[in-house]
Design a protein around this ligand. Structure first.
Ligand code: SF4
Length: 516
């Protein structure tokens, strides 16, 4: 894949993407604009995040799971289920991307995320899990004929048994495979694969085993294909990680990739709608009801110890800015608290006020920084001893988290649900559950990506459904403690120059804060 400012004028052809599903064996080789690179990647992250959320909120394969995931795949214009004919393509072109364009996006976006998600074990695991769930859903929903075509196109020619063998094994096959009836054994292909390739089916006793082979019904072959997909993807990510230094030496891609794995794909909090609408007196009561656990913890510590170390000041300071604190209010807030501790007013003005003004874009390069997203908080700058920043669901010891939730009067059943989600490493979903429990609602109805989103949703509920949050039209990858994106008419945000904007995002604010 080459990354230029212009893409080849030639569009993808039907023959290039012969099936709506891919095993992503061959990387894309066409030129692609950097703007398209970023858009594709952000949309796939968004899709994979939906896969994760639905996988925890619903039973995989259930009707709701099926309906919601299918809708999201279609909404984001990824290919799904049906192969389009050339005639369909012409029709679709009038209303949106053609089937070929969708397949191209599926192909390219998968490879871009490989680059972004091969970097750490945690990222690799998350990426493989979501890609597998997405693949399972799309494969399982293919008509039988398309499944067979897919297997053949990808050279997955598993051995099938002959009619004679079917006849001999009929009774055993029907008894051991609950999806098989006598008629189905006659009509369908029955695959014979080494049992170690079908461990999931063997473990759940869904197949007939004989002489080291598992006999698998056509509809269960997805398990085998998934194993294959996981093995390929896992190897590919390891290989990609090895070649990463070369890719990262490309100064256009490095900032994009490092931000993609932290990408926040929800609302853009770079522009605060409620500036000046929050008074300093409101912060204490708001912290109890409307702050997510990470910010509640930081606020409580600041009030108790009259100090936060730099990681905490950054995370909390940008959050407060995001909920509407003005620069004057922020200076007043931090000064009032710090002088109650070991810092006098003079030292505060010399050592801390600059960094707060910098956070608001009034010093240095005058860059307006945006609050941290959940992924940024979860994945970077883990807290060490004496730190209170980070995500309590990710960074707290489960026993301490339990104690904290008990002290916040979360019910024992609710605590168990939260701890179960934490155990499965679904930190944002655990936080969402905390939101539901502390707001007494069954279903929060949103997918949590950002502490400021938590606050906005809470305000919306507490205000009786009145809209507080700002809506944006398109997904954004901003929200990483990064400079706010420029308005659409500025040179930085013009198509073709996204890298400059992203490069600005990477400016390191940490160094401007006192490390104490
Ligand atoms: Fe904060 Fe996000 Fe963690 Fe919730 S999931 S505690 S909002 S970082």
């Amino acid at each position: 894949m080459e990354f230029g400012r212009r893409r080849k004028a030639i569009g993808p052809s039907q023959s290039e993407y012969g099936h709506c599903l891919q095993l992503y064996g061959v990387p894309p080789t066409e030129n692609i604009s950097l703007a398209e690179f970023e858009t594709f990647a952000v949309e796939r992250v968004k899709l994979l995040k939906t896969v994760e959320t639905l996988g925890v909120s619903y039973v995989k394969g259930s009707e709701d799971y099926y309906r919601k995931l299918s809708a999201e795949i279609s909404n984001l214009n990824f290919p799904y289920k049906l192969e389009a004919s050339a005639q369909d393509d012409r029709k679709q072109r009038e209303t949106g991307p053609t089937e070929c364009e969708k397949r191209r996006k599926d192909h390219i976006s998968h490879f871009i995320l490989r680059l972004a998600y091969c970097q750490t074990e945690d990222l690799r695991r998350w990426f493989i899990q979501q890609e597998m769930d997405l693949f399972r859903h799309r494969f399982a929903d293919l008509p039988s004929r398309h499944k067979t075509e897919f297997l053949h196109q990808n050279d997955l020619r598993y051995d099938t048994i002959t009619d004679k063998e079917k006849e001999a094994l009929m009774e055993k096959l029907v008894q051991s495979t609950y999806t098989l009836s006598g008629a189905a054994v006659v009509e369908q292909d029955i695959y014979k694969v080494p049992f170690q390739d079908a461990l999931d089916l063997v473990r759940t006793r869904k197949v007939f085993l004989m002489a080291g082979y598992a006999y698998i019904a056509h509809q269960d072959i997805v398990t085998i294909v998934l194993n294959d997909f996981r093995t390929r993807l896992s190897k590919a990510l390891a290989l990609t990680a090895r070649s990463l230094p070369v890719v990262q030496s490309d100064e256009r891609l490095q900032p994009l990739l490092s931000h993609l794995s932290h990408a926040y794909v929800g609302q853009d909090y770079s522009v605060q709608k409620n500036v000046g609408k929050i008074s300093l007196e409101q912060i204490d009561p708001l912290s109890l009801k409307a702050f997510p656990l990470c910010m509640r913890q930081l606020h409580g510590t600041l009030r108790a110890q009259h100090h936060l170390r730099h990681g905490g000041r950054m995370q909390y300071g940008l959050f407060l800015k995001g909920i509407g604190l003005t620069l004057d209010q922020a200076l007043q807030f931090w000064r009032a608290e710090f002088v109650k501790g070991k810092v006098d007013a003079d030292k505060f003005d010399k050592a801390y006020a600059y960094s707060i003004r910098h956070m608001f874009g009034k010093e240095g390069k005058r860059t307006d920084y945006t609050p941290y997203s959940c992924l940024k908080v979860i994945l970077s700058n883990a807290p060490s001893q004496g730190d209170f920043h980070g995500c309590p669901f990710r960074h707290s010891d489960p026993d301490l988290l339990k104690q904290k939730l008990q002290s916040y009067k979360v019910s024992p059943a609710g605590i168990s649900q939260i701890l179960e989600l934490v155990k499965g490493m679904h930190y944002q979903l655990a936080c969402q559950k905390y939101f539901e429990l502390t707001h007494n609602i069954e279903d929060s109805g949103f997918s949590l990506n950002h502490p400021n989103q938590y606050f906005a949703e809470s305000q919306k509920l507490l205000a009786g459904g009145k809209e507080v949050k700002k809506e944006v039209d398109s997904p954004s990858s901003a929200g990483q403690g990064a400079p706010a994106r420029k308005p659409p008419d500025t040179p930085q945000s013009k198509p073709g120059n996204p890298v400059q904007a992203v490069a600005e995002m990477t400016e390191d604010l940490d160094s401007l804060f006192q490390d104490d």
